[in-house]
Design a protein around this ligand. Structure first.
Ligand code: CA
Length: 236
């Protein structure tokens, strides 16, 4: 981060003080303004008073858990959330619940990875904001209609509520409807992952979000090509 970049505020929510402090220290070194919270209720309070640009959120917290924190924060004001999970399969559950987390990191993670993922989340938000200003044309793929400017989606005329990540994923697939998009490409374009970030959780991130998206737009509309990726089909 260069000195000309305006400071972004990150809220770190983690009850294990050593982890919280290590995250805060590293993010400060990268130029972020960092706020810390150590339990569910104070995390919601801090998010409301500080209005962070990004939230790093542990799942297991005293008070109420990270899922509830995520729901409450997102209900008040949309903000990108990087969830810190104890196990890979926990991420699946989280995505399925649709609490509005945008990305996941499984412990133990490297500080380098955290910084890269936070930066990627912020780039995505900026891109989405730029897109909203451009007011691009509506996309139609079969019964799915996507308004990229308003970030609204309907299926057969019915509004569908998508999380920011689900929306970006659907938009990416819709731009090349019928074509198979590989997981690598989806990770690059939707999550803004760098080519060199390969980790075991990467493919799982895509698969979990595709699963959640299918539940909302209809499973048959997203075709799986095993070992390759996914394609959005134009179905009535
Ligand atoms: Ca914890």
């Amino acid at each position: 981060m260069t000195s000309s970049t305006p400071s972004r505020t990150a809220l770190v929510v983690e009850d294990e003080r050593t982890i919280n402090d290590a995250l805060a220290q590293r993010l400060r070194a990268e130029g972020y303004v960092v706020e810390q919270a150590f339990d569910g209720p104070s995390a919601v309070e801090r998010a409301s008073s500080v209005e962070p640009d990004v939230v790093l959120l542990d799942v297991m917290l005293p008070g109420f858990d990270g899922l509830e924190v995520c729901r409450r924060i997102q209900a008040e004001r949309p903000v990108p959330v990087l969830m810190l999970t104890a196990r890979d399969d926990e991420a699946d559950v989280l995505v399925g619940l649709g609490v509005g987390a945008d990305d996941y990191l499984t412990k133990p993670f490297s500080m380098r990875e955290v910084v890269a993922r936070v930066a990627a989340l912020l780039r995505r938000v900026e891109r989405a904001e730029a897109l909203a200003v451009e007011r691009p044309a509506t996309l139609e793929v079969g019964a799915i209609v996507i308004d990229p400017g308003a970030r609204r989606t309907t299926v057969a005329g019915e509004p569908v509520h998508l999380t920011p990540t689900e929306f970006d994923l659907l938009l990416c697939l819709a731009r090349e409807a019928g074509q198979v998009l590989g997981r690598d490409r989806l990770l690059r374009e939707v999550w803004d992952w760098g080519d060199s970030w390969g980790s075991a959780g990467a493919a799982r991130t895509v698969d979990s979000h595709v699963k959640a998206l299918r539940a909302k737009v209809g499973a048959e509309r997203i075709r799986t090509v095993h070992g390759v990726g996914y394609a959005l089909e134009a179905l009535p």
